[in-house]
Structure formats: structure tokens, C-alpha cells
Design a binder for this molecule. Structure first.
Ligand SMILES: C[S@@+](CC[C@H](N)C(=O)[O-])C[C@H]1O[C@@H](n2cnc3c(N)ncnc32)[C@H](O)[C@@H]1O
Length: 338
């Protein structure tokens, strides 16, 4: 049996449906002492038990997929720019104090966040990647290269920079590892802002990452991990992501040389190895397993970080609960499917 991925990216719009798999009983009980969490949980249960909830989220996904293929792709750009502006108003995520801010975006297309980074820092220099549209990625719709020399962008799959992840711990991966090596094209030694809207990787300066499923135990552990080497804030776009469980994490003052950060980097490298190769080394298995399932007792972490987590998560719970309360599929509880 191999361990599950660090953060799920499936259509878990409402949050973890198989609560018992993703939320340990202990974690769930802990959260349930909070009235705001209980309100959200009750509304989610209503949504999960009503087939109309599935229909609603399927229709939403289809609409966004077809908009993306057709002329609606500019709508995605507009939406990302709006989210970026709201993110900045709430947290100052895009305001950088250096004279010539350096920005790295791992998953740039269509380019809303890069536009925001340049809007708030006109002299910024941006290095960016995005998955090629032929491989299922979006097209970059903002200027770069000769049209805007501040932005360098190459279509690359960021998971293929094997050398950046270090030599795999399992010798049997070495031959495949060589084939995964794309050359890192940039020479910027330090970035002030790293945007991971589609990937989760630490660096120095600021980082923001898009995450799914607040309230899964793995997300709790991941936020706690970031909390150990940075100041963490969470942001949920009030319109675009209100009804879903997704949110952004902003990590400020990243202590990139600190022991917790170095340990997190090792963990992320192992997780990359685990998700890239079919077979995994024992060390990788142990690390990922410890992080992702209930092998490590949760209570010390809850004692240490639980109340801070609730403080961070409560505004997100309330935004989602208000949106769910207004949805038709939470008004009537249909019979649970047998
Ligand atoms: C939600 S969009 C990002 C939106 C972007 N932050 C903006 O502000 O416009 C996610 C992006 O990640 C890209 N992506 C997904 N997997 C990737 C990968 N392995 N390497 C690089 N880009 C990837 C997708 O093509 C898509 O453009």
C-alpha cells in the first residue's frame, strides 16, 4: 500500500466527503467544539446527502471547462485579476518592499496574478512557468517576452525539473530520473514573491499557494508545517471560491534556512518522488505516510496549533457556510443514497 498524496486536487468542492478517511475522529471532535465549524459541517452534510449538490458542482465544472475552451478564457483572466486584487486588499500579498522586486510564478496562465504583481510593483521582474496548452494547460493571455520585457515565461511542466528536487533516495529511480531533467532556465538567486497557484513549494520571501479542502487533517498539518517557518495567513476569495472548500495560503517572512523549512523541503522532495515514480523507497514511504495518515498522534499538534488554526480557518468557514446556506441544495435534505 502506498501513502496518499499530500494535498488532494480532485473535485472535492464541498470539502472532504469521506470525512472519516481525511479527518481523524480526534480532529473532527476537536473542530466540532467550535460553533462556526458545526454550522459549516451541518450544511456540508446536507449538500453531500442531496444529489442536487452533485449536479450543482458538476454543472459549475462543465461551465468553467467550456468557458476555458471558448471565448470565456478572458473571463478566467478577469477572475484571477479580481482575486489577486481582493487578495492584496485583504493581506497585502502583492506589495513588495524591495527596490526591484523579483517574482517567480510556477503556474502562471492565464496571468492574473502576474498582472497584479506588476500593477503593485511596476519595476518587478517576473520569471514564470506554465504547463503547455498541448499538455492540457491554459494559454498565457498577458504580455511577456518582447511585448513586456519585465516578464520571462516558458511553457514547462514544473514537476519535470528533477534536478531541483535532488537525487532520488531510491537507486532504482535514477535511470528514469535522468529523463525527467529539464534545465532550470532562470538565474535569479533570490525571489521576493513566489506564486504557486497549482503547486506547493517553499522558497524565500513570500509565497502564496492555492489549496483545496480546509479542514482535512493533511491540510491542517501542512498549514502547521508552514507556520513553523513563516507567518501564515489564509485567504478565501469571497465570490469565486465562496461555496467551495478551496483557499489561498500566504506565507510571509519565510525562514528558508531554518531547520523546520529545510525539513519541509526534504518532505516535499520525498513527496515529489512518491508521486512521480511508481515504486518508492522506504524512506519516502515513511516520511509521506507519517505526514499524510494517522500514524503520528495528533493531540500534541492540536494542543500547540489547534486554536491558531481555528482562528485562521473561521473566516473561511463563515464565507463558505453563508454561501452554502443560500444554495437550494442545502434547503431540503434529500434521502441519502443507499
Ligand atoms: C488556476 S490556474 C492559475 C491561474 C494564475 N495564477 C492566474 O493568476 O492567472 C492553474 C494553472 O496551473 C497550470 N499548471 C497545472 N499544472 C502545471 C504544471 N505541472 N506545471 C506548470 N503549470 C501547471 C495550468 O495550466 C493553469 O494555467
Amino acid at each position: 500500500m502506498s501513502p496518499g498524496p499530500l494535498a488532494t486536487t480532485g473535485p472535492a468542492d464541498l470539502g472532504p466527503r469521506r470525512s472519516q478517511d481525511l479527518l481523524s475522529r480526534e480532529f473532527r471532535e476537536y473542530l466540532s467544539s467550535d460553533p462556526d465549524y458545526r454550522r459549516l459541517d451541518e450544511l456540508q452534510q446536507k449538500g453531500w446527502n442531496n444529489p442536487e449538490g452533485d449536479q450543482y458542482f458538476n454543472a459549475r465544472r462543465q461551465k468553467s471547462a467550456s468557458a476555458d475552451r471558448g471565448g470565456g478564457k478572458y473571463a478566467l483572466l478577469r477572475m484571477m485579476k479580481n482575486i489577486g486584487d481582493q487578495f492584496n486588499t485583504k493581506t497585502g500579498a502583492f506589495e513588495i518592499s524591495s527596490a526591484q522586486p523579483k517574482v517567480l510564478d510556477f503556474c502562471m496562465a492565464p496571468g492574473g496574478f502576474v498582472s497584479c504583481a506588476l500593477k503593485y510593483n511596476e519595476s518587478a521582474k517576473v520569471d514564470a512557468f506554465s504547463l503547455h496548452p498541448n499538455q492540457g494547460g491554459h494559454r498565457v493571455l498577458v504580455d511577456y517576452g518582447i511585448k513586456d520585457e519585465r516578464v520571462t515565461m516558458v511553457y514547462k511542466d514544473v514537476t519535470m525539473f528533477a534536478a531541483e528536487f535532488g537525487v532520488p533516495s531510491s537507486p532504482e529511480h535514477h535511470s528514469r530520473w535522468k529523463h525527467l531533467q529539464q534545465k532550470w532556465p532562470y538565474h535569479t538567486p533570490h525571489y521576493d514573491l513566489v506564486i504557486c497557484d497549482g503547486a506547493i513549494l517553499p522558497s524565500s520571501g513570500y509565497q502564496d499557494s492555492f489549496m483545496i479542502e480546509i479542514n482535512s487533517m493533511m491540510t491542517f498539518r501542512l498549514i502547521n508545517l508552514f507556520h513553523e517557518f513563516s507567518s501564515v495567513r489564509l485567504f478565501k476569495p469571497p465570490r469565486a471560491h465562496a461555496i467551495k472548500s478551496s483557499f489561498y495560503l500566504l506565507a510571509r517572512n519565510v525562514q528558508s534556512d531554518s531547520q523546520p523549512c529545510l525539513e519541509a523541503m526534504t518532505l516535499f522532495k520525498h513527496i515529489w518522488e512518491q508521486t512521480t515514480f511508481e515504486t518508492i523507497s522506504e524512506a519516502t514511504y515513511r516520511l509521506c505516510n507519517e505526514f499524510s495518515v494517522e500514524r503520528r498522534p495528533l493531540s500534541p499538534e492540536l494542543e500547540e496549533f489547534g486554536s491558531r488554526y481555528i482562528e485562521l480557518a473561521r473566516p473561511l468557514w463563515n464565507v463558505q457556510a453563508d454561501a452554502l446556506a443560500a444554495a437550494s441544495f442545502t434547503k431540503v435534505t434529500a434521502a441519502a443514497p443507499s
